[in-house]
Design a protein around this ligand. Structure first.
Ligand SMILES: [Zn+2]
Length: 191
């Protein structure tokens, strides 16, 4: 029986997630990049209010007891909040080639079919971009190191769906990181 690594099971706003991550230290394991996923099932339609604590606990039972895995993904991001699942300071289980190297972020939705640029899909996208920007800044990861699960040569999952375009996400993360840190490098207005 695999030893389950436990979950944090708390949800954060983008701002409180940033504060939370600043309290963490990556001493035994340090991720080199981030892998982005979508849940597929459940879709946004199947979770009209995003995730709640019971559902997060249910996911723990699924990964631990049904899959018999040691861990799951690190984050579940919905249109309202960022749920920390597997502790960010230990390796997770989400992408066969990259579990030892990467953080795994699940976005609620089926972006093969659900829009990622409007409505609730856009809200998920914005929360995901914020979370990726926070983790990239704190861990010193280049945003263009981001990978999609479907790029893993050992997976056959079309994850996340076609509506998630990697270069757009990378650009949005970079724009946000520049905006957040703008005050550190003030540009003098022309005299
Ligand atoms: Zn995936």
């Amino acid at each position: 029986m695999a030893e389950w690594k436990g979950i944090i099971g708390n949800s954060f706003s983008a701002d409180s997630f940033d504060s939370y991550c600043h309290t963490l230290t990556w001493s035994t394991w340090r991720p080199s990049f981030i892998v982005l996923h979508n849940t597929g099932i459940p879709s946004l339609t199947q979770r009209p209010n995003g995730f709640n604590k019971d559902q997060i606990n249910g996911l723990q039972s699924y990964y631990r007891d049904d899959q018999n895995w040691k861990a799951g993904p690190h984050l579940f991001i919905d249109d309202r909040q960022i749920w920390v699942f597997t502790p960010l300071t230990v390796s997770g289980t989400h992408s066969p080639s990259w579990n030892k190297l990467a953080l795994g972020i699940e976005m609620l939705g089926d972006y093969e079919h659900e829009p990622f640029d409007s409505g609730r899909g856009l809200a998920v996208r914005k929360n995901a971009v914020q979370a990726i920007a926070t983790l990239s800044a704190i861990l010193g990861l280049f945003p263009d190191s981001l990978k999609l699960h479907r790029e893993d040569p050992l997976t056959t999952h079309a994850c996340p769906g076609k509506n998630v375009r990697k270069l757009e996400i990378i650009q949005e993360v970079m724009d946000l990181m520049i905006k957040r840190h703008a005050g550190e490098h003030p540009i003098k207005p022309a005299a």
